[in-house]
Write a new protein. Structure first.
Length: 303
């Protein structure tokens, strides 16, 4: 159950960022997984060279990856969009960026191995550096707390601040928001910074639970998209629910499936988020946040 809880919280944090960028710029960002990998390698580097806990690396990851995301938007996606690039072209450009990132991580891990003699730079885990809270691994307690805190802060920011209201207006109708004096470009930059920051945060936490490697984030991109799609793609809170469901179900189906059917089920773990995504597109294509749950429960009671 601890695995299901931690997986769900990490997927929720990652899918929140993906949802933010899609809500504002409408670009499916396939490089979002690499943002997570940046956080993973930053946490590993700080721990290896300065013995800094992955928890203390969170603010550094948030700022670094947030800045990286803004740079990608500002110097790649925005110029392409200004030149009339289609949505498909923008999507493919994010896939190309992801491939470039994987190459950069490979070069960086080779440098750590060859120059600094860090021989586990291509496969590492910082689980031994985690703390213990009430007899539990620290991340089991801290991950849900961070997710709750981030969700609460985003809710306050989006609903109780002028900038949050401006962001919601830009999402609903960018043209009208611009006419009313809202700086749309600033909203887009803020959304990409938050998206990158949340991905970096998730990466710093993830390395305490899952092994890191140059393509760890890219391997998770299907699960991240599945979480966002299940949540509705236009709801940050839906992304939280989608991430918890996808992460939790992936672990539970794998664990109980292997117990009932055999260990071969473990090899199909990566396919579970894809099945969830396909099912959500067929049954609730607009996501679980678009379902009228009160009406649905009422109809079941009548039966």
């Amino acid at each position: 159950m601890a695995d299901a809880l931690v997986y769900g919280c990490l997927y929720a944090l990652m899918s929140m960022g993906l949802t933010l960028t899609y809500m504002t710029t409408k670009v499916p960002n396939f490089a979002h997984g690499s943002f997570v990998t940046v956080g993973v390698y930053l946490a590993f580097t700080l721990y290896h060279f300065d013995n800094i806990s992955a928890y203390y690396s969170i603010p550094f990851s948030f700022l670094l990856v947030g800045g990286t995301a803004v740079a990608i938007y500002r110097f790649v996606l925005k110029p392409l969009s200004a030149r009339g690039a289609s949505l498909v072209s923008l999507m493919i450009s994010t896939l190309a960026i992801d491939i470039v990132f994987i190459g950069i991580f490979g070069i960086y891990s080779d440098m750590l191995s060859n120059t600094y003699k860090v021989f586990n730079s291509k496969f590492f885990l910082l689980a031994d550096s985690d703390i213990s809270i009430l007899g539990l691994r620290g991340l089991t307690v801290i991950a849900p707390l961070i997710l709750a805190l981030v969700t609460a802060v985003l809710w306050l920011a989006l609903n109780k601040t002028k900038f949050g209201i401006a962001m919601r207006a830009a999402v609903e109708n960018p043209s009208l928001a611009g006419v009313l004096g809202i700086n749309i470009e600033r909203v887009y930059i803020a959304s990409w910074f938050l998206a990158g920051g949340l991905a970096g945060l998730a990466g710093s936490l993830m390395v305490l639970w899952l092994p890191g490697n140059p393509h760890v984030g890219s391997d998770l991109i299907v699960a991240i998209f599945a979480s966002s799609i299940l949540g509705g793609l236009f709801s940050v809170y839906g992304a939280v629910a989608g991430g918890l469901m996808v992460g939790g179900l992936t672990v539970l189906v794998t664990v109980y499936g292997s117990q009932l059917l055999g260990s071969w089920v473990d090899a199909w773990e990566v396919g579970i988020p894809m099945l969830i995504m396909a099912g959500s597109l067929l049954i609730v294509p607009q996501g679980i946040t678009a379902v009228n749950w009160k009406h649905l429960f009422a109809s079941f009671r009548k039966r």
